[in-house]
Design a protein around this ligand. Structure first.
Ligand SMILES: Cc1cc2nc3c(=O)[nH]c(=O)nc-3n(C[C@H](O)[C@H](O)[C@H](O)COP(=O)(O)OP(=O)(O)OC[C@H]3O[C@@H](n4cnc5c(N)ncnc54)[C@H](O)[C@@H]3O)c2cc1C
Length: 391
């Protein structure tokens, strides 16, 4: 097994690094301070990203996307993790693979405009009463007797909700079937009965929104159902897994790597007691532990991406990577604050920002506890593949 990147893959990584250095890095401080990206910058970033084939790179070429393999997508996503999330949102878009379930007229109405960056999409699953237990949602779609549906209920924490043009919404269609009675619907902003509620203030996150949604008897036609009836829970779990690997796994590793770069620079420059602080073994250990953990997390990420490209469905391993990468990032940023001392706590440097931003990675897209539960269940079923390739 050879983990050396091919020439094309090295070129891809270099292209993204150059794109970040030339187009995104110069804007980082401005957008982080203001929490917003000026329209002229947003338009330029989007145009350049499309030219480079980075926008919607995860979507197959036949639908107008970049057609990258899962492995190459992770290479790009790791680099994206090194810059500001506000900028990445415009450079990459959030074209969720769940939209690939679009069929017939749905393709032109929802999938293609999302891939072209003309329409923004959010995923709306979480409700005030149903978070980790996503099968216990109360939003329901009741048949209207004419082939359509009436949608009622509420969601919350829906990312990008203020700028979204449409939402993929989970709703109960068959109450007596449990998780198999949940379906997905494509609901346009502006649908009668849909109210976009409060933007819920969040720790550390800037330049995005997390909204409440209220559905009051929203009329839906058959075209609004995404995928087959009753498959919503399965689709959400399966397809969002890949998003989890990219946007939490790879980006956490990219952020942790960037933070370790900054820690090493500081440990070499900062002198106390007449020597660089990195020469104190207690400080050097923090650098070494961070390097070990980042390397292990990346290898697990690559292994999982290769399994996806080989046609496997490594959803338990995705849970492993999600937890490992998010918790590695948490430990690395915590050490970074320590290595930078008072400057790590001071807003003059970006370390305190990285520290705050890292916290969400252990919560969204399934908490660490839920993913550990998934792994534990698999191990108890006697599936040692998670840790033993020889079994
Ligand atoms: C910034 C942000 C963005 C988000 N974006 C979206 C979005 O775009 N779309 C969307 O649908 N949702 C979104 N979410 C929701 C997110 O996915 C949920 O917050 C997450 O799944 C946890 O659900 P919860 O907050 O209801 O916590 P709860 O499920 O109430 O969990 C609370 C605590 O109990 C623990 N717990 C729960 N069940 C178990 C168990 N069985 N075993 C052990 N421990 C358990 C959890 O791990 C956690 O520690 C977002 C959330 C945030 C904060």
């Amino acid at each position: 097994m050879d983990l050396t990147l091919s020439h094309e893959q090295q070129l891809l990584v270099q292209t993204v690094r150059d794109f970040i250095a030339e187009e995104l890095a110069p804007l980082e401080n401005e957008v982080e301070e203001s929490g917003a990206l000026a329209q002229e910058h947003a338009d330029r970033i989007f145009a350049k990203s499309r030219d480079l084939g980075l926008y919607a790179m995860n979507i197959p070429e036949e639908f107008g996307g970049g057609g990258l393999s899962a492995f190459d997508t992770m290479l790009v996503e790791e680099q994206f993790g090194r810059t500001s999330d506000i900028l990445i949102r415009r450079a990459f878009g959030n074209v969720y693979e769940v939209l690939l379930a679009c069929e017939g007229a749905q393709v032109d109405r929802w999938l293609t405009p999302a891939v072209r960056g003309e329409r923004v999409c959010s995923i709306a699953i979480t409700e005030p009463g149903a978070g980790s237990d996503a099968a216990s949602i109360r939003t329901k779609a009741v048949e209207d007797g004419q082939g359509g549906w009436r949608l009622s209920g509420s969601k919350h924490f829906i990312s990008d909700g203020l700028v979204s043009d449409f939402f993929v919404v989970s709703a109960v269609t068959d109450p007596d079937k449990g998780a198999k009675g949940i379906s997905l619907f494509l609901v346009d902003k502006g649908a009668p009965g849909l109210t976009i509620g409060r933007d819920q203030p969040m720790m550390g996150l800037r330049g995005t929104s997390h909204v409440e949604l209220h559905f009051d008897d929203v009329p839906l036609k058959p075209i609004h159902m995404l995928g087959a009836r009753g498959m919503g829970f399965r689709m959400a779990l399966g397809v969002l897994g890949r998003v989890r690997l990219a946007q939490v796994g790879a980006r956490s590793i990219g952020k942790a790597t960037k933070v370790l770069d900054l820690m090493i620079d500081y440990a070499r420059e900062r002198k106390q007691f007449g020597q660089a602080i990195g020469e104190f073994q207690l400080v050097a250990q923090m650098l070494a532990d961070s390097a070990m953990e980042i390397n292990a997390a990346r290898l697990a990420l690559w292994q999982t991406a290769l399994e996806i490209d080989a046609g496997k469905d490594p959803r338990t391993r995705i849970s492993l990577v999600k937890v490992q990468a998010a918790e590695t990032l948490g430990r690395v940023v915590d050490r970074a604050v320590q290595v930078f001392g008072g400057m790590g706590f001071c807003k003059d440097l970006p370390i305190e920002r990285y520290y705050r931003d890292a916290r969400i990675y252990r919560i969204f897209d399934g908490t660490s506890e839920i993913h550990r539960t998934v792994m534990g269940r698999s191990l108890m079923k006697g599936e040692p593949g998670l840790y033993d390739p020889f079994a």
